[in-house]
Design a protein. Sequence first.
Length: 655
Amino acid sequence: MSDIQSVLNENRVFPPSDAFVKQANVSGMAAYQAMVDASQKDYPGYWANLARENIQWKKPFTKSLNDSNAPFYKWFEDGVLNVSYNCLDKHLTTQPEKIAIKFEADDGKVTHINYRDLHARVCQFANGLKSRGIKKGDRVIIYLPMSIEAVISMQACARIGAIHSVVFGGFSSKSLQERIVDAQAVAIITADFQMRGGKLMPLKSIVDEALALEGCDVIKNVIVYKRAGGEMTFNAQRDVWWHDIETNQAKVCEPEWVDAEHPLFILYTSGSTGKPKGVQHSSAGYLLGTMLTMKWVFDYKASDVFWCTADVGWITGHSYVAYGPLAMGATQVIFEGIPTYPDAGRFWKMIQDHKITTFYTAPTAIRSLIKLGGDLPAKYDLSSLRLLGTVGEPINPEAWMWYYNVVGQGRCPIVDTWWQTETGCHMIAPLPGAMPIKPGTCTLPIPGIQVAVVDETGLEVDGTHGGSLVIKKPFPSQIRTIWGDPDRFVSNYFPEEMRGFYLAGDSAHRDEDGYIWIMGRNDDVLKVSGHRLGTMEIESALVSNPLVAEAAVVGRPHDIKGESVVAFVVLKGARPADSATAKKLIEDLRNWVGKEIGPIAKPDEIRFGENLPKTRSGKIMRRLLRAIAKGEAITQDVSTLENPAILEQLKEVIK
């Protein structure tokens, strides 16, 4: 891994303004460095102090880190708490009338709920779950649209000690069945339908399909939220309406006090074998991570209106919708729909209407919005914004610059955050009032997190050479195990050759300032004529061309070079209308990459599409692109794609 070459050359630097530094929760590099020094002086004590300061404990802990059974680490293990109590009850005496959630439905209707009423509804629903026999330790699948009810269901499970597993509402019945069987869930919370982009999309019928598959007879209850009131089947022996179990329940529910290491949730993430991995997170350590990063990375202030656009079906929606903002007592926006309905100005109109101060979204969304209307933000009042963020994958520098200049109007720092489902919260990200920011880099680790770039034997590489990104010490918010498969947990994340380090699976390099640059997943590294190149950097070069909105690069076996570079490109304008125009554009783009990076990185083939194959969360499905590039038949489930029809378009080769 140590011979991965960085070909991206980015020298622009944006220091925070004096005004931002002055008001920041972590103000200036000296303050950041003091926190880093404190963590290195007494690592377990550093985290213990933060846990005591930020979490309300029913029974205080006396032990910080227990590493006696590495890598199955435990934090604060003899402490007792409840996560829902820390998100809701503690605000009842200080700010019960403060708006907790501003929910904007697909059709634009807005609903507000304050902390007092949110607490009451969570308690009522928690009591309803208990009335159906659901108890501490039971696993509950949540398969809901983005809504206040999605947050209520997660918080209610946490309140009674049930372990939730949220499944994104775009997943198929087969994906749902796999998760039900693996978790041995006893209940599903779902809705009749969801609304996306003006379209009614079924959820309950997909649940019914899943429950007809093998192994799903473990489900005893299906709780259905009536979102649209459309036609659906109803099994009176198993199905129950949400409103029927919530109505007439007491608005008080004593929390189930649990140990710090009690599993809060299982969240399934794709595995290289195709079998989903059930990432298991603890209660206390996970909660602490979300609170600290809200405070440090998002520079949270009580006056903020926070908007993370992620669905709760993903870790980002867990940490920065369902838990982190509520634990901090924030007002946040939750959105049911998509950024392009009824038009591509939807996000910008929402920022204007809700006076959002902190906006956190994915680079794929940013690039799509550039393509669909790069001039649209200027038509809206975005003056409320003070901080921007990105999540999900590295953001290419040109998209970063558009985000900074057009959306942030040159005055809002951008926090480019690197983290994973498995880490629970940000690991590497700018503290916006502390450090200068460079487009395309996630900068430095948050205080207390120690990272390194290593070769295949776990030894740190020199200087700016590329290698595997690792985290050197255990940290409170990290994955505890893979549900039901501890051996896979060890082999995936703590392989023997990594010397006890957590292996992130990403390639990276450091620059002269020590900033971390993510170069792509380790399995996305291409080896072209003996050179190891990160796909992200070739994609960044393509997107820096003024004609290109988005690009995805994959490798294809090549008899001479080892691998050839295949690029799938989405243009800002229409696709080329004829072969001659397409060939000319392909040659221009190849030469552009050669000029930006070097001849070695020139794509051997470029294909044009109106979009890229993405899940409804905006994640590009590069596995599908690799299959298309190789000419292989696509055998995997494509029902989770936002746009499955695009696959046929991308198979077209320009001759």
